[in-house]
Design a protein around this ligand. Structure first.
Ligand code: SAM
Ligand code: SF4
Length: 317
């Protein structure tokens, strides 16, 4: 569906839960989330109906996210049903990977085509610092499992944080040489209630280009990342720059939160509730919200924080 600025909105990110087994410092409060009432969250049937409504308006790509989707009890059923919705031709999932060894094969069987795993450090102590949990070996096994299950182009998402993992850029990039993995460096976004990292943490992705002078530019693949490759690498390296060079002008996304709010922009507090609606109601709500998607979000920086009104785990990353 075309929005009022001529952008074709084809990509829905569905958050299936706000809950998570990790506590990444930039994403959610240290003491976890204030659990909302069960009856305020979308049911599985409502999620599926919402995806059907979105697909009827031209959504072709669906990403399941959260919170951590693999802590959701009925995640396999949601994936299986979503993959069968006419019009949805790409079903992806973003996970912290810690439970992926148990799920990789079944996700594939349920019709998931692509897996992104978040990993901000290869150092167990630093991983535990940023995520609040000692789960790095489970996350690494999860990546292995995704490769073993035969997922094509497994992607690693790394949030670039000055003073934390900027000294690991080369080591992380090496993963694309040793394994058939793509890597995305994402600029840290100053979300609503994420704990302060300080000005020096907000590194532009141009730091990656400085750290990896051998990177060769690649053709864009239609996503928001600028693509590069190390010589002879199996996978590519993408740079995602919501702060230093935002991509609002060609944003093709809309989000649906686990409590049933359509968010036309990650950094806007505009939310339209579809909880309790029937198919036609949901379709109308998606149609109006997509049409009114804002042109762009305000500039983001350490001092200009996101006006999303929610933490990232409550939106869906
Ligand atoms: N739990 C899953 C995971 O970690 O992959 C899915 C949800 S998580 C919110 C989705 C993505 O958002 C992750 O790659 C995470 O690193 C990223 N993210 C969360 N907070 C962020 C922030 N403040 N700035 C940039 N990326 C962020
Ligand atoms: Fe959980 Fe993902 Fe947020 Fe980390 S980034 S706390 S893994 S939802």
């Amino acid at each position: 569906m075309i929005d009022s600025f001529g952008r074709d909105i084809t990509y829905l990110r569905l958050s299936v839960t706000e809950l998570c087994n990790l506590r990444c410092k930039y994403c959610m409060p240290e003491d976890g989330v204030c659990k909302k009432k069960h009856e305020d969250m979308l049911t599985e049937d409502e999620m599926i109906m919402a995806v059907q409504a979105a697909a009827s308006l031209g959504i072709t790509k669906l990403r399941i996210t959260g919170g951590e989707p693999l802590v959701k009890k009925n995640i396999l059923s949601i994936c299986r049903r979503a993959s069968q919705i006419p019009g949805i031709n790409e079903l992806c999932i973003t996970t912290n990977g810690t439970r992926l060894s148990d799920f990789a094969w079944e996700l594939k069987d349920c019709g998931v085509s692509r897996v992104n795993v978040s990993l901000d450090s290869l150092n167990p102590k630093k991983y535990a610092f940023i995520t609040g949990r000692n789960e790095i070996y489970n996350a690494l096994s999860g990546i292995d499992a995704a490769l073993a299950a035969g997922f094509d182009r497994v992607k690693i998402n790394t949030v670039l944080i000055g003073g934390f993992n900027d000294d690991e850029i080369a080591k992380l990039a090496e993963l694309t040489v040793k394994f058939p993995l793509d890597l995305r460096f994402i600029e840290l976004m100053p979300m609503y209630d994420s704990r302060d990292f300080g000005e020096k943490s907000f590194l532009p992705v141009s730091e990656v280009l400085k750290a990896l002078p051998d990177l060769e530019k690649q053709e864009a693949d239609g996503g928001v990342a600028k693509l590069y490759k190390l010589p002879g690498a199996l996978g590519n390296i993408g740079l995602i720059s919501p702060l230093s060079d935002h991509f609002c002008g060609y944003c093709n996304r809309v989000r649906l939160t686990a409590d049933g709010k359509i968010k036309p922009c990650l950094h806007s507090d505009t939310e339209v509730s579809i909880k309790g609606m029937d198919f036609e109601g949901m379709k109308k709500a998606f149609s109006e919200t997509i049409f009114n998607k804002p042109a762009c979000h305000p500039e983001l920086s350490d001092s200009c924080r996101s006006t999303a009104g929610r933490n990232m785990n409550e939106i869906g990353g």
